[in-house]
Design a protein around this ligand. Sequence first.
Ligand code: ADP
Ligand code: MG
Ligand code: ZN
Length: 216
Amino acid sequence: SKGQIQLIFGPMFSGKTTELLRRVNRYRIAKYKTLLIKFAKDVRYDEECVSTHDRHTGTARKALCLKECLAECEVHDVIGIDEGQFFPDILEVAEALANKGKTVIVAALDGTYQREGFGDIIKLVPKAEKIDKLSAVCIICNEDAAYTRRFTAETAVHRPSSCPRETCPLSMSVSGQVSSVDIQADISKFQVELIGGADKYMAVCRECFQREIPAE
Ligand code: ADP
Ligand code: MG
Ligand code: ZN
């Protein structure tokens, strides 16, 4: 079969992992041999599986770099890679596998919370056959959200009065689930590789990316 690279981009909560699982499952139903690979340090919801934010899971091979998995990839037709931006060798391995006839599906953040390219991942664009960028729901105004925004000590302790949601992570933080002390501690770690969920990141639209989050 002919190899190819498919990219699933988008901010956090945009359904990248959901879409990755959907595509891989379709190939599995069609009797292709499928392999899911997850980043070993991402144990947010599940140690052994790829997991969506709403806890749909798929059994996965854990790896820190993709070269670890080359032997397994060899005996599969379709390779699904979640959190592709975290793998240092994503460019060369995705290209090599596709050249060997594999269908390589990569779900990844295209940008950091500062809207810079996430590592080398966007260099896959000219190599890919198919590219989609998904959107989440802006947690502040409900429009389509193309970006990820990170809580700062400021945004963690103040819920914007415009926030319409019970489930807004900003309101959760008010109830004490996120303290500004934790957030400060996190900021001192290597920021871009920091792995988190709704406690650390939110999906926002262009306007709300720029919006100052007002104190109440
Ligand atoms: P990703 O892999 O892109 O981070 P997932 O596929 O893991 O996304 O999760 C998508 C799910 O996240 C949605 O089906 C929805 O249930 C949930 N969700 C939570 N917050 C949001 C949001 N702000 N916008 C869209 N979906 C959200
Ligand atoms: Mg995901
Ligand atoms: Zn918005």
